[in-house]
Design a protein around this ligand. Structure first.
Ligand code: NDP
Length: 295
C-alpha cells in the first residue's frame, strides 16, 4: 500500500481563494480591507523566508500588509512602542511577531503587549485560555489550526481515534493536543503527547491511528514506528545537507517519508504539507480579526 499524499499546498491555495472572495465582499459591503502587520527582528534566513511568504500571501488575497524588518540589536522598548502604535492603527487588524526573537528580548512581554483582538497567531495568554476552554471567539494558533483543517478537508475522521503527537512545544505540540481533544467537530480525539522524556516512544507512536510529528529532527519517525494504515502528519522543517541541490541543502520533515508512505494510509509531504496550511490559517485569522471590527 502506498499512502495518499495530503497536499497542503493545493488546499492552502483553495482556502486562499475562498478568503480572497470573502475579503472582496468585506471591502464591497463595509469598505474594510483586512490588514496584517508583521514584525521581524534580526536576520535569521528561515524567518526572512517565512515573513516574505506571509507578505506575498496577503497580496494574493487582497489584504493590506506591512512588514517591519528591524535589526537584531533593536531595543525591547522600541518593539513595545511599535506594537502600541499598531494596536491603535485602524488599518491593521492582525499583528504577528515572527519568533524566535533575539535573546535580549522578553518574548512573553512582547506577546502580552499585542491587543488580543489582533493576536492572529493566537499566542497571547488570553487567546490560549479561550482555546483551552473551547470558546469560538479565540484565534487558534496557525500551525495546529492548519493541521486540523487539513484533516477535516481531507475527510480524515478524528472522533474517537487515538492521536499520538510527538512534541509538546507551546506553538505546535501542546495546542494541537488541546484542539484535537475538544468536544467538537474535527476533534473528539483521544490524545497522547510524547516528548524527549517519554519512555517506550516507538511503542506509543505505533498505537496511533493518527501520528503528528513536531520534533525538529530529520527522519525521526521511521516506518517501524507507524501502524499499518495510520495517518501521518509531518510538521517538521529541517535543513539537511544535500549536494544534489543548487543550494547544497534540502528541507525535510521529521518523518522518514519514503519508507513511512509505504505503511501509512495518508501522509503529508515536506515541503508542501503543513507549512502552506499555516499561512492559509494566518490569513483566515486576519480576516476573522477584520470582521470582528464590524461588531
Ligand atoms: P521545539 O523545539 O519547540 O519542540 C520540539 C519538541 O520535540 C519538544 O517538545 C521536545 O521535547 C520534542 N523532542 C525533541 N527531541 C526529541 C526526541 N529525541 N524524542 C522525543 N521528543 C523530542 O519545536 P517546535 O514545536 O517549535 O517545532 C517542531 C518542528 O516543527 C520544527 O522542525 C519546526 O521547524 C517545525 N515547525 C513547522 C511549522 C510549519 O508551519 N510547518 C511551524 C512551526 C514549527 P522536550 O519538550 O522534552 O524538549
Amino acid at each position: 500500500m502506498t499512502a495518499r499524499i495530503l497536499d497542503g499546498k493545493v488546499l492552502s491555495l483553495t482556502i486562499q481563494s475562498e478568503i480572497a472572495t470573502a475579503a472582496e465582499q468585506l471591502k464591497r459591503e463595509h469598505n474594510i480591507v483586512p490588514g496584517l502587520a508583521v514584525i521581524l527582528v534580526g536576520d535569521d534566513p528561515a524567518s526572512q523566508v517565512y515573513v516574505r511568504n506571509k507578505a506575498k500571501a496577503c497580496e494574493r488575497v487582497g489584504f493590506h500588509s506591512k512588514t517591519f524588518a528591524l535589526p537584531s540589536e533593536t531595543a525591547q522598548k522600541y518593539i513595545m512602542d511599535l506594537i502600541k502604535e499598531l494596536n491603535k492603527d485602524n488599518a491593521i487588524h492582525g499583528i504577528l511577531v515572527q519568533l524566535p526573537l533575539p535573546h535580549h528580548i522578553d518574548e512573553n512581554a512582547i506577546i502580552n503587549a499585542i491587543n488580543t483582538d489582533k493576536d492572529v497567531d493566537g499566542f497571547h495568554p488570553i487567546n490560549v485560555g479561550r482555546m483551552v476552554i473551547g470558546k469560538e471567539d479565540c484565534f487558534l494558533p496557525c500551525t495546529p489550526f492548519g493541521i486540523q483543517t487539513l484533516m477535516m478537508r481531507n475527510g480524515i475522521e478524528t472522533g474517537g481515534r487515538h492521536v499520538v503527537i510527538v512534541g509538546r512545544s507551546n506553538i505546535v505540540g501542546k495546542p494541537t493536543a488541546i484542539i484535537l481533544m475538544q468536544k467538537a467537530v474535527g476533534a473528539d480525539a483521544t490524545v497522547t503527547v510524547c516528548h524527549s522524556r517519554t519512555k517506550n516512544l516507538p511503542e506509543i507512536v505505533r498505537q496511533g491511528d493518527i501520528v503528528i510529528a513536531a520534533i525538529g529532527r530529520a527522519n525521526f519517525v521511521t516506518a517501524d514506528m507507524v501502524s499499518p494504515g495510520a495517518v501521518v502528519i509531518d510538521v517538521g522543517i529541517n535543513r539537511v545537507k544535500d549536494f544534489s541541490t543548487k543550494t547544497g541543502y534540502a528541507l525535510v520533515g521529521d518523518v522518514d517519508f519514503e519508507n513511512v508512505k509505504e505503511v501509512a494510509s495518508a501522509i503529508t509531504p515536506v515541503p508542501g504539507g503543513i507549512g502552506p496550511m499555516t499561512i492559509a490559517m494566518l490569513l483566515f485569522n486576519t480576516l476573522k480579526a477584520a470582521r470582528k471590527t464590524l461588531k
